[in-house]
Structures are given as structure tokens and as C-alpha cells.
Design a protein around this ligand. Structure first.
Ligand SMILES: [Zn+2]
Length: 269
């Protein structure tokens, strides 16, 4: 198996331009990075992020806030059946309106986002979207597709811990600003609608948060985060609206928002 994997990684490395094609990546990715590899790699990234306190300062101010985000995320993750994987949810103590997911089930959300969402359903929409990037293997495929193959190779087969950490650092540099394709963003939005509905949280939350960002920054917004206009908010709102209309069990727009519960948490930030 190890020989097969090595062969695939080398083949992949040789034909990088060709394999930029997403469908090829989709077929080969599970062989290049297996479920187990993804967990191992993901845990390494996670530890690296946790230890890089200058770039990713951990939020430590209030343990109730930390528990709230963690339990909300885990509740949504437990409501989906797409992928059985353990999730973690951490807060980065920074003003950016941002959130991102890394391979292996780790989601990070910025304090700036927690300060700007208006109720639990808006936060849930963002968390469910990030969960979708993991359940649909987008983060893993991006790793493969962005062809850090030699680094992945080092991590999986190297014994030199220094070179492993250099490789992981290289991968992490742009982790908070990863860009997925348009289709993958729409697919994660569609997961967000399904997962929040299954978790009995209002799926309109994601759209109302996009509307807030659209009003504030416009479609060609310049906020430097995973929310910067790709695809434009107005298109994502329309797309999610169509999915919501086709989803059964969706409550009316003002049910299941859990606003009071969230405003209490917001006070503690
Ligand atoms: Zn996304």
C-alpha cells in the first residue's frame, strides 16, 4: 500500500499541470491522502496553528464563550450524516470577520466574526458551511490540488521532524485565506442549509449574515478573509434561497434564531 501511495504521489507530482483538473483530483485524492493521512496531517496543522500564537492568537478571555462555540459546532456536526469524523472548534482572538476549516475536521472562527453575527443561526450558518468544506473533502482536495505534493510526501514518509515542521509551515501560510472554487463554495452553502435545518437551527441565518456583509461591504468587498467576494454575496444569497425553498422542515424566517441566547454570549466576548 505504501508503495502504491508513493507511486501515486510521484505520478501526481510529475503531472501537476494536468492534475489541476478538479475531476482528476477528485478521483486520485483519496489514494494520495487517505482518511488516515488526512487526520494525521490535519492534527499536525492544528497543533501548528495552536502553537503559532503570533499569527493565530487563541481566544482565552471567557470560557463560556469557548464552550458555546465548541458545543454549537459539535451539535451541528453531529446532525449531519455525510462524514463521520471528529470535529474541533476554536476561536482566534482577532478582529477579522473570518472563519476557516483545515483538513482533519478542525474549524477556526475569529472573534471579529462572533462580534458581528446577530444571533445563533447566523453563527451556525458559518460553522455549518465550514463543516461542509470538511465533509465534502474540499480542504483535503485543495491540499492535493495545490500540489504541495512534495511537502505532503515529506510529512507522510519523512523521519526528519525539522523538515516535517518546515513543510507544515509552508502549507499553513495561507490557511486562513484559502480559496475554494465557486462550485465548492456553493456546495458548502448547500451543506450549511441541510446541516442547520437538521440541527433545528434556522437555515436563513447564513443568508441574513451574507446580507449584512453585502450591505456593509458590497459584492466587490475588500475584506481580506475567506468571505471576500468569491462567489459574490448576492449570488450566494440567491443560490441558498433556492436550496432553502427545496428543503423540507425549514421553519419561518424568525423561528429557531436563538437570538437572546446569543446576545448573552456576545456580551461576554
Ligand atoms: Zn467556504
Amino acid at each position: 500500500m505504501k508503495t502504491l501511495k508513493m507511486f501515486l504521489i510521484l505520478t501526481y507530482a510529475l503531472f501537476i499541470p494536468f492534475f489541476r483538473c478538479q475531476s482528476v483530483t477528485k478521483v486520485l485524492a483519496p489514494y494520495v491522502i487517505t482518511e488516515e493521512d488526512e487526520i494525521v496531517l490535519g492534527n499536525q496543522f492544528y497543533q501548528q496553528i495552536r502553537s503559532d500564537e503570533a499569527t493565530y492568537p487563541p481566544y482565552t478571555k471567557n470560557s463560556r464563550v469557548i464552550r458555546f462555540v465548541d458545543s454549537l459546532g459539535k451539535h451541528i456536526a453531529a446532525s449531519q450524516n455525510d462524514r463521520n469524523i471528529d470535529f474541533t472548534f476554536d476561536i482566534i482572538d482577532d478582529d477579522q470577520i473570518n472563519a476557516f476549516a483545515i483538513p482533519g475536521g478542525h474549524v477556526f472562527v475569529y472573534r471579529g466574526l462572533l462580534e458581528n453575527v446577530r444571533n445563533t443561526s447566523e453563527l451556525a450558518g458559518v460553522l455549518a458551511h465550514e463543516i461542509g468544506h470538511i465533509t465534502k473533502y474540499h480542504s483535503r482536495d485543495l491540499l492535493v490540488q495545490q500540489t504541495f505534493v512534495s511537502n505532503v510526501n515529506t510529512i507522510l514518509f519523512g523521519n526528519d521532524s525539522a523538515s516535517i515542521s518546515v513543510a507544515v509551515t509552508a502549507l499553513l501560510e495561507n490557511m486562513a485565506f484559502l480559496k475554494f472554487s465557486r462550485d465548492k463554495e456553493y456546495q458548502a452553502d448547500s451543506c450549511a442549509v441541510a446541516y442547520t435545518t437538521a440541527a433545528k437551527i434556522n437555515p436563513y441565518g447564513m443568508n441574513s449574515f451574507f446580507s449584512l456583509l453585502l450591505d456593509r461591504y458590497g459584492d466587490s468587498n475588500k475584506i481580506l478573509s475567506s468571505f471576500s467576494s468569491h462567489p459574490p454575496f448576492s449570488d450566494r444569497i440567491k443560490n441558498a434561497q433556492k436550496i432553502i425553498e427545496k428543503t423540507s422542515g425549514v421553519p419561518s424566517k424568525n423561528e429557531w434564531l436563538f437570538e437572546e441566547e446569543y446576545l448573552e454570549i456576545k456580551e461576554l466576548l
